[in-house]
Ligand binder design. Structure first.
Ligand code: ADP
Ligand code: MG
Ligand code: ZN
Length: 441
């Protein structure tokens, strides 16, 4: 029997607001002396009352809007009850039945280059817990992180391969940085991934009646490895006639395998109930409108990339590279503007920035145009000579040619780069590209 994976993703992102979610303590806790950013609210002392951080709510709305969610006019907070030493209140304030943002979607690319739409169930607001450090037989608790705003984004189980999952996670990271709501650094734990994995016979419509939640994933690479391993483990178990059950597993990077952490609790184990100390969250009471939040948002990376292809005629690979960060995209657009006045077109600017690996921190956009202009003075224009250079690039780089033929079209940049190097930059990269593409067709 053939099986297909069913994967859903939960992403937590820590917001970089000035203060914590429900008190005025500074949320900038990283590297600070333990237990110095605390107060009765985030220490969970009895009788302390929480109040809502508006800046965090606005960030959550931005994330929701970017993911095509509906922003709920009214939402509310609930207590998620469980006992663990990093959670002094004995419950986490979260959203459950009435989340702030619901029902979005994001387009991702799969392992065969196919477009897939991932439905987003919700993007809700919650708070972080304290941090435990286990060392030499004791456990230390630091409450500086307790109460730092977190947004959780939950997808429907729509992923069917790990390329889609990776693309989704990368896009979210890029989005958080574009929106300026988080550094989204995985190693520091600003952004955390949990994958839910099950498998079903190909053709089966219903979801499997179990799911395995993978935790402790702190890089994109580990996430892919953990999911791939889990898919294989589950298929092998089913083929042996075993029954799989709802559980939480961790990823062991040394052993390259997943291990059982606990059999999974269900939502009812948390005894969610409305947070009695917080009022219902009404967006129209925020003193800013959803519309004004929307207007304050930058152009999103995927919209930028699309515009670079449509308006500036860049290749998709170039557009993607140049919209990687907001800073690089702005730099490129500034350079294009400067180039417009001097008859240097956008494609030339894009090629130059990519091929020369221009350092946007030390070079000004206008300098890029100057350099392009001075270079274009001594360019090789003889068609036969260009042909020869392209042919040599092909013969000298068999691995790149192979990669290109397998669909990794971006290697053509490196081939163009090799010609540029050989000639001391005396060729027009667009011309060489045309010839190379022709020859490799
Ligand atoms: P919990 O609070 O238990 O983590 P959530 O509702 O937050 O539950 O998250 C459930 C996640 O599991 C979602 O991302 C959802 O898409 C995913 N999921 C649900 N059913 C399956 C399944 N059969 N296989 C894989 N993932 C699933
Ligand atoms: Mg969850
Ligand atoms: Zn506090």
């Amino acid at each position: 029997m053939n099986y297909e994976p069913v994967i859903g993703l939960e992403v937590h992102v820590e917001l970089n607001t000035k203060s914590k979610m429900f008190c005025r303590c500074s949320a900038d806790y990283f590297g600070k002396e333990p237990n110095t950013h605390t107060c009765p609210v985030c220490l969970g002392l009895p009788g302390a009352l929480p109040y809502i951080n508006k800046a965090a709510i606005e960030d959550c709305i931005k994330i929701g809007l970017a993911l095509n969610c509906t922003v709920s006019e009214r939402s509310s907070f609930e207590r998620k009850n469980y006992f663990y030493p990093d959670l002094p209140k004995g419950y986490q304030i979260s959203q459950y039945r009435w989340p702030l943002c619901v029902g979005g979607r994001l387009q991702v690319t799969g392992d065969r280059g196919q477009d897939v739409t991932i439905r987003i169930n919700r993007a809700h607001q919650e708070e972080d817990t304290g941090k435990l450090t286990h060392s030499e037989g004791v456990t230390l608790i630091d409450f500086n992180r307790s109460g730092v705003p977190l947004v959780e984004i939950v997808t429907e189980p729509d992923f069917t391969d790990t390329a889609q999952v990776r693309d989704y996670a990368k896009k979210l990271q890029q989005l958080f940085r574009y929106l300026g709501v988080s550094n989204a650094d995985m190693e520091r734990g600003d952004m955390r991934l949990e994958a839910n994995v099950s498998v079903r016979p190909v053709g089966q419509k219903e979801l499997p009646n179990y799911r395995v939640e993978l935790k402790n994933i702190n890089s994109f690479r580990f996430m892919v490895a953990a999911i791939e391993h889990e898919i294989k483990r589950q298929i092998a178990a089913l083929e042996k006639g075993e029954k799989l059950s709802q559980e939480t597993r961790g990823w062991n990077e040394d052993k390259k395998s997943t291990f059982l952490q606990r059999s999974k609790e269900e939502a009812h184990d948390y005894r969610y109930f409305p947070e009695p100390d917080l009022p219902e969250l009404k967006v129209d009471r925020l003193q800013v409108t959803v519309d004004s939040i929307k207007k304050s948002m930058p152009e999103l990376p995927w919209d930028k990339s699309k515009r670079f292809v449509e308006e500036l005629k860049l290749t998709e690979a170039q557009a993607k590279m140049l919209s990687e960060t907001k800073e690089l995209a702005n730099f490129f657009e500034e350079a294009v503007k400067a180039g417009n006045q001097q008859e240097v077109n956008a494609i030339t600017v894009a090629n130059y920035i990519i091929n020369q690996k221009v350092d946007i921190k030390t070079v000004k956009p206008s300098e890029v145009i100057e350099k392009i202009k001075s270079k274009s003075a001594g360019l090789i224009s003889d068609a036969r000579e260009l042909e020869k250079l392209a042919q040599e690039a092909i013969e000298e780089n068999p691995q790149m040619v192979e990669a290109y033929k397998k669909g990794k079209v971006t290697v053509i940049q490196a081939m163009i780069g090799s010609v540029m190097k050989k000639t001391g930059g005396k060729v027009n990269p667009n011309k060489i590209r045309e010839i190379l593409e022709e020859k490799l067709r």
